[in-house]
Design a protein around this ligand. Sequence first.
Ligand SMILES: [Fe+2]
Ligand SMILES: [Fe+2]
Length: 280
Amino acid sequence: MESFDLLQPYKIAEETFVIPWALEAPPVGHFPMNSMVIRGAEPVLVDTGAPAVRSQWLEAAWSVVDPLDVRWIFLTHDDRDHAGNLLAVLAACPNATLLTTWFSIGRMAEEWETPVNRCRFMTDGDTIDAGDRTLVAKRPPLYDNPTTRALFDPKANVLWAVDTFATNVPTPVPETAALSPDEFRDGQFFGGRLVSPWVALLDAQKFGAVVDDFQHLNAEVIAGCHCPVLRGAQISEAYDLLRQLPGVPPWAEFTQADLDEWMAVAESSVPPEQPRPSGT
Ligand SMILES: [Fe+2]
Ligand SMILES: [Fe+2]
């Protein structure tokens, strides 16, 4: 990887690209906010990015694939960071079918009407023939929305894990190989509990079987919305950490005392020549 810029797509496998974005998340660094494009015989957009960077995201996607060539839009779930540009993408890609679920369409109806005549339901375990590859939808072990399905591409051996393997990072990087072992482990434990606090309620053995099942997809490359790309030994390590999560004490949320402290620091860092807010 020569260079890395947010919203500049980079290749992660044959005909497969990540569109990287990230949000600052003080005081824990940054969270990746990625999407993916499979540029095969029938190009697939995997999620549609966040509304906050709509025009830049669309420009990035169309730098990988001609919108008129896009045949499929796989929506993992209806959260804003994944479905945020869905209507713009549907408008730009008149030849694309939306791979979604009944419940996702319903949940999005709070904000817009998804054209049902352009939809195809693709639930857990369903496959779709994309010309030169058969893609598999699969519910991932961790998720923060009940409609969530991951997507596995057996041809490129790439797994889009959606919100599973979410991690904070000190600074955005294309691959988890750039993280130190401590950053990698702490990030997996933090991200997993943040996205799915219910993991503490799980029977470790039952959850372990779900993790095994997902791991048996045998992906060589794992990409996700909130993690840099995983490869090699870091994949099995990430699965091992995931299996441990039910036994890790829940993450203690930031409290009002934390917010007070951050505000005090922000106030004390106001340059002295500037007027200070009254009453402080
Ligand atoms: Fe989500
Ligand atoms: Fe997400």
